[in-house]
Ligand binder design. Structure first.
Ligand SMILES: [Mg+2]
Length: 264
């Protein structure tokens, strides 16, 4: 999940000012964490607190973590509809297929111990809000890729898996996207593009640079590409430290707790 947060922070300053280049300063004073980081942490927090519990308990826990974390950071770039959902007393799914489903799901791929568990947990943490089939699909694809990558899957295996969800992957390149891709907040218009950045990436940082270069909803494209890139390539301690230094202190205990659990 460090990969998602790293991507979110690096991509944040390009969301409304796409640079469409691979040549830029990774950590600039204008970079900041956004909703992608916060909701990733909320999913991680809920999994630690109730990952092994029944569906009802985990559902309650995810909603509770999301609301609690979001309440502390009202200016983190929330989407309008999701922001309304967060403020409801008893939030209900609203058939969303927004890319928020895919940017927050990476902890599932680290926490789960089988493909079946990945699918089950991904569905539960996504269906609380993004219960449209495209929302559920986008999240499951990313969670499954994270799980396969961290379990030692090859790029060839990952490509085959990703194409089961998005057959168009492989039909365009990052260079082509860089010229033609436009801002799109849906899973259908984000996940395949973000994964293309990973498949073309030569290492973790190169993946993030690809993701900035294609433009669009850059913090989220970078968060999704970074999720899988971390699981496949790994990250250096320095890269992880860069993330920690960009986060307020009250959020770091969630990371510590989560890492203790999935290392068991
Ligand atoms: Mg964001």
């Amino acid at each position: 999940m460090f990969g998602a947060m790293f991507g979110d922070i690096v991509g944040s300053r390009f969301e409304f000012h796409n640079c469409r280049s691979k040549s830029f300063e990774l950590f600039h004073p204008d970079c900041s964490f956004t909703d992608d980081t916060l909701m990733t942490l909320a999913v991680a927090d809920a999994l630690v607190n109730a990952g092994g519990a029944d569906e009802q308990t985990l559902t309650r826990e995810v909603i509770c973590s999301m609301k609690a974390i979001a309440a502390k950071y009202p200016d983190a770039g929330w989407g309008l509809r999701f922001s309304r959902w967060l403020n409801e007393e008893n939030p209900q799914p609203y058939q969303s297929f927004g890319n928020g489903a895919a940017m927050r799901v990476s902890p599932v791929g680290w926490y789960a111990r089988s493909e079946e568990e990945v699918r089950r947990l991904s569905r539960i943490v996504t269906a609380i809000s993004h219960d449209h089939p495209e929302g559920l699909k986008g999240a499951e694809c990313v969670a499954m890729c994270v799980y396969l990558a961290r379990s030692g899957g090859t790029k060839k295996q990952l490509l085959a898996l990703a194409r089961e969800y998005y057959p168009e992957i492989g039909s365009y390149t990052c260079a082509q996207l860089s010229k033609s891709y436009r801002f799109d907040e849906s899973c259908q218009g984000t996940v395949a593009q973000a994964l293309t950045c990973f498949f073309e990436g030569t290492d973790f940082e190169d993946t993030i640079r690809n993701a900035v270069s294609v433009g669009g909803d850059t913090d989220t494209i970078c968060a999704i590409a970074g999720s899988v890139a971390e699981a496949f390539f790994g990250m250096t301690n320095l890269q992880r430290l860069c993330v920690i230094l960009c986060l307020p202190e009250d959020l770091t205990p969630i990371i510590t707790k989560f890492r203790e659990v999935f290392r068991r």
